[in-house]
Design a protein around this ligand. Sequence first.
Ligand SMILES: C[S@@+](CC[C@H](N)C(=O)[O-])C[C@H]1O[C@@H](n2cnc3c(N)ncnc32)[C@H](O)[C@@H]1O
Length: 316
Amino acid sequence: MTTGFSQASTRVHDKLFKLGDADSYNEVVDLFDKYTEQFTRHLPAPMMAMAAVQANQCILDIGTGTGIVALEVARSLSEGGRIVGIDLSDGMLATARAKAEKEGLAEQTEFLKMDAEALQFEDNAFDNVLSLYALRHFPNPEKAVAEMHRVLKPGGSVVVAVGSRPELLSRGGVVAMSRRITSIIRRLAGRELAACEFLDQLVNQHIPEIVNSDTAHWTADRHGFTGSVRGLLESAGFTDIDSTWRGQYSIIESPEEFWELQMTFSSLARKRIGQAEDSVVDGLKNEFISTCEGVLARKGRLVYQSGAAIISAVKP
Ligand SMILES: C[S@@+](CC[C@H](N)C(=O)[O-])C[C@H]1O[C@@H](n2cnc3c(N)ncnc32)[C@H](O)[C@@H]1O
């Protein structure tokens, strides 16, 4: 049985989680923008294609960050078109606005501070809703997905992209699996380190878990994650669910850049290291750099292998 007290304490926990998640980005906005431009640039186009975004439409981007999706949509809009990006991080929103201004896209864009689980828009307000790498950050994703459904016009599409390994039997899955086998052999020989697993492992060793603070609890099982997103969309009343996968494999040149990238993209590292004592962080970073240098001395490599499941659905 859920008591009034436990409901209230869950609400307080969720609120703190959301504020903590958004605030953790304020510290790293410039780096986030730099690495997003470098490693995420390939994702907005297939998301827009799956939603069949038209130049005169009104589009919503949820958890917009520094606007990688919103600005790509803005570039494709004609005079009647409009894109609204929402996020809870002031730093992310400020950078998204500044980028829109710089590119001359301010007229057709709007960036608003808003909780994805409680959108302040009328029903049926948008032609399409997009959201990249944000769903894992919401403690109640079913609320966020219900809100996406509510603000979409009937016939409109939602396209949600989440970090994920590919389906095993897909073409992407076969390529990723053969890379993974090579990777395991290289790692056993001490000749490869992979982001963000490497830093996450060190953080787990050096800084004990802060309960429920890293990513929303429901995303713990990464393998079942794409399946759970489909389930969420179906439960909210979406139909015609379709999905695709996009992966990227990059070699990172230096240990410092490898550190910076993982400190920016790993929620676990960003949040726990942000709360740890300086001496603990120094010890962890020394071990990180010396392990990387050892791998490079053996002619090994530092890699960042990312993958996104892009899932689309229609509001009937
Ligand atoms: C991994 S970033 C993705 C940003 C952007 N979509 C991209 O791919 O570059 C997740 C974003 O979700 C935002 N966020 C977290 N919780 C939120 C919430 N409850 N409502 C709206 N945005 C939220 C964070 O502030 C952050 O900007």
